[in-house]
Design a protein around this ligand. Structure first.
Ligand code: NAD
Length: 297
């Protein structure tokens, strides 16, 4: 591609700006934004994500409250903790790392998080706000995708966008954000027929299927912009493993811009978590209704 969008650099810039805003908030209101991160069980990938999130919170000058619960935690115990965090004035954002153990209904837990503190944007109130375009907290990965797109796209209006994947975490919310910008959006998934032909019509492709090497060069229209959300662990020749996306980037010489994996959407996701925590803290401190998202800037 003519442009490899550097998500690591974009995320670092965003974290620097957030840190400056946090410092201003502390100076002017005396409030330090605080993020509670709840991890149930010992999933190794979740453990890495939680560590990264907590490390970044510190970099931005925010407080973090880490709650590590045993694999055997009951739903009632987790709901009791959520209740405490909802009531805690030092906590502005609450993140429950998914997946949760089988004995806990993840939907019930997400429903219990106060929407104003729901920095993952998974609560039905925030999902509804996103679908009606009325502000609220937006899921971090889709928000990161839009900021990456914003670095290369000035006018979205009328562009054809194809989203591959329809999950509540990535596919659906990213489709809604693109729709809000007046793209013509097609959402595709595992049962979609003739996926390559549909993707061939796209000016913007967001690949979030979790399927390594799914999107090939001949699917991509010359000049298209491709966001690769996939994180797939695949075997390496030397017996180890490596991380690849959903897109065969080496075949995309004719695309206008592509995000790398790693170093694209991943770092932006964490930076957007901090952005959401700052937004939640600002709204909670001012007692205002959920604000409309600020532009990536
Ligand atoms: P998911 O499994 O919940 O959803 C995958 C979606 O892709 C489904 O709707 C499914 O129908 C569709 N799909 C699967 N295989 C397909 C195929 N061959 N053709 C067309 N559609 C197909 O996954 P998710 O949580 O949405 O995550 C998607 C990918 O993004 C995963 O690789 C995940 O690891 C990655 N991810 C990355 C970040 C990040 O920060 N970079 C964040 C979240 C998810």
């Amino acid at each position: 591609p003519s442009i490899l969008i550097d998500g690591t650099a974009l995320a670092a810039g965003l974290v620097t700006r957030i840190a400056a805003d946090v410092a201003t908030m502390v100076r002017t209101t005396g409030v330090t934004p605080g993020l509670a991160v709840v991890l149930v069980g010992r999933d190794p990938a979740s453990d890495i994500y939680v560590r990264r999130k907590i490390a970044q919170t510190g970099k931005a000058g925010m407080r973090s409250f880490e709650h590590r619960l045993s694999e055997e935690t009951s739903e009632a115990e987790l709901l009791a903790l959520i209740g405490q965090l909802n009531a805690d004035d030092a906590v502005h954002g609450i993140l429950v790392q998914l997946p949760l153990p089988a004995q806990i209904d993840a939907g019930a837990v997400l429903d219990a998080i106060a929407p104003a503190k729901d920095v993952d944007g998974f609560h039905p109130v925030n999902v509804g706000r996103l679908s009606t375009g009325t502000g609220g907290l937006v899921p971090c990965t889709p928000l990161g995708c839009m900021m990456l797109l914003d670095t290369v796209i000035e006018e979205y209006r009328g562009l054809k966008a194809v989203v591959i994947g329809k999950s509540n975490i990535v596919g659906k919310p990213v489709a809604l954000l693109l729709l809000e910008r007046e793209c013509t959006v097609t959402v595709t998934h595992i049962a979609t027929r003739n996926l390559p032909d549909i993707v061939r019509g796209a000016d913007i492709v967001v690949a979030a299927a979790g399927s390594p090497a799914l999107v090939r060069g001949d699917w991509i229209k010359p000049g298209a912009v491709v966001i690769d959300v996939g994180i797939n662990r695949v075997p390496r020749e030397d017996g180890g493993t490596r991380i690849v996306g959903d897109v065969v980037t080496a075949e995309l010489g004719h695309a206008r811009a592509v995000t790398p994996v790693p170093g694209g959407v991943g770092p932006m996701t964490i930076a957007c978590l901090l952005a959401n925590t700052l937004q939640a803290a600002g709204d909670l401190v001012s007692g205002s209704r959920p604000s409309h998202r600020r532009q990536a800037g």
